[in-house]
Design a protein around this ligand. Structure first.
Ligand code: HEM
Length: 407
């Protein structure tokens, strides 16, 4: 029996071993039911071409308001937990359609030009060197705690000009918040997430007030000025963009650096190749992005009936794009799609940053941070060895929350 003739499977991220290695399950879904209507009332696309088409189709929406949740378990869970309270939808660029998306993205993207990002190179390299000096002096340590987490967190805190005193609280809120990105959540997780969201919004409102009186040479000041200039961004919109940048700025790159180093060490030939030729660092990052997919899913909402393959998806459906699966599609990347090869010529075709109008705004920043972090680890520590690794348990923002290395 060929794979295509097998009984369709149900996508089940709760299957034992999924978080550690989702790729065999994703490969089965691609082979047996690439346009899948899942038990959790969502459609999921697993093939490269379908994912690409979904993300780039401007007729689709990213606003939850267009989703038909009628009768779904998720809607029932939200109703129960909210208990009559109204949920204030986010107006961040990740959650709004044109014309608002076009207007807001233009304002936010001013600070993300290739030149502005490249100017951060020396300070990011210093942060990397300081963290690795400390680890080297100790003979090793937890790379996630010492480098993969603090680096993107500190970089985005500094870029925005946020006060650094509140780090601990913000970390906790952010962690609780991103849990709602997973396709399945518990009542407790949803409660914690809504509370964290409210706390974080209040906190950002206070920081914005403070920043109005204490402007600086930072992204937040620039965004406040954009808000004041002709009322192009409302206070609520400003707050929601700051929250998105802050959360997206670190909850993703931590996984690229942590899982990236881990995968290289599990493929010693690739690690040795990078050690021998540090100029391969940007290509290695590209391939690690493809291979690990630090954000495993994006999503769109159908605003009219739409077909993929032989399936008709009704208007109002929530459609998930499995970026992690698309990146391993043999139809796109050939028979070696499941192998890590830091010299792969077409790794740049990856969909890890999405595609189309919502393509990740922080892609060049994330790549620069990872290039310096992963490149420096490989250049300095040819004998590095994994002592202990632990997965964070997340389905979407999959990564390691501990990676203990001996250097
Ligand atoms: C390895 C790191 C990262 C990955 C894998 C990643 C991935 C993604 C993905 C998949 C999307 C949605 C694209 C779509 O649906 O088409 C996205 C959007 C976005 N990302 Fe990232 N991201 C990363 C790092 C960052 C960083 C460092 C920042 C900011 C400092 C950032 C800011 C954003 C923003 C603002 C959006 C929304 C763009 C829009 O909707 O127009 N991301 N990212």
């Amino acid at each position: 029996m060929t794979a295509a003739e097998q009984q369709p499977l149900f996508y089940n991220p709760l299957e034992p071993g999924y978080v550690e290695d989702p790729f065999p399950h994703l490969a089965e879904m691609r082979a047996t039911d690439p346009v899948h209507h899942s038990l959790i009332q969502r459609w999921i696309l697993f093939g490269y071409d379908d994912v690409f088409r979904l993300l780039r189709d401007p007729s689709l929406s990213v606003s939850d308001e267009n989703a038909d949740w009628e009768g779904s378990e998720r809607a029932a869970l939200f109703e129960k937990v909210l208990d009559g309270r109204q949920l204030e939808a986010s107006t961040s660029i990740l959650n709004v359609d044109p014309p608002d998306h076009t207007r807001l993205r233009k304002l936010v993207s001013k600070a993300f030009t290739p030149r502005t990002i490249e100017e951060l190179r020396p300070s990011i390299q210093t942060m990397v060197d300081d963290a690795l000096d400390a680890m080297a002096a100790a003979g090793g340590g937890d790379l996630v705690a010492e480098l993969a987490f603090p680096l993107p967190f500190d970089v985005i805190t500094e870029m925005l000009g946020m006060p650094s005193a509140d780090t601990e609280r913000i970390r906790d809120w952010s962690e609780a918040l991103v849990k709602t990105l997973d396709p399945i959540i518990t009542e407790e997780e949803l409660e914690a997430s809504l509370l964290a969201d409210a706390n974080m919004r209040d906190h950002i409102d206070h920081v914005i007030e403070w920043k109005r009186d204490n402007p600086g040479d930072d992204l937040l000041t620039a965004m406040i000025e954009a808000e004041d200039d002709g009322d192009r961004m409302s206070p609520r919109e400003l707050r929601d963009q700051v929250q998105l940048l802050f959360v997206a700025g670190h909850e993703t790159t931590v996984n690229l650096i942590g899982t990236g180093v881990y995968e290289l060490l599990r493929h010693p030939d690739q690690y040795a190749k990078l050690h021998a030729d540090p100029t391969l660092a940007p290509a290695a990052v590209e391939e690690l992005l493809r291979y690990t997919a630090p954000v495993q899913f994006s999503r769109r909402i159908a605003t009219a009936d739409i077909s993929f393959g032989d399936k008709d998806i009704p208007s109002g459906s929530f459609v998930m794009a499995c970026l992690a699966s698309a990146n391993r599609d043999v139809e796109k990347f050939g028979p070696t799609a499941d192998q890590l090869d830091i010299s792969r010529p077409d790794a740049g075709q990856l969909l890890s940053f999405g595609s189309g109008a919502h393509y990740c705004l922080g892609a060049s920043l994330a790549k620069l941070e990872a290039e310096l972090a992963i490149g420096t680890v490989a250049a300095r520590f040819p004998k590095a060895r994994v002592v202990d690794a632990h997965w964070n348990g997340r389905i979407n923002l999959r990564g390691l929350d501990r990676l203990v290395l001996e250097l």
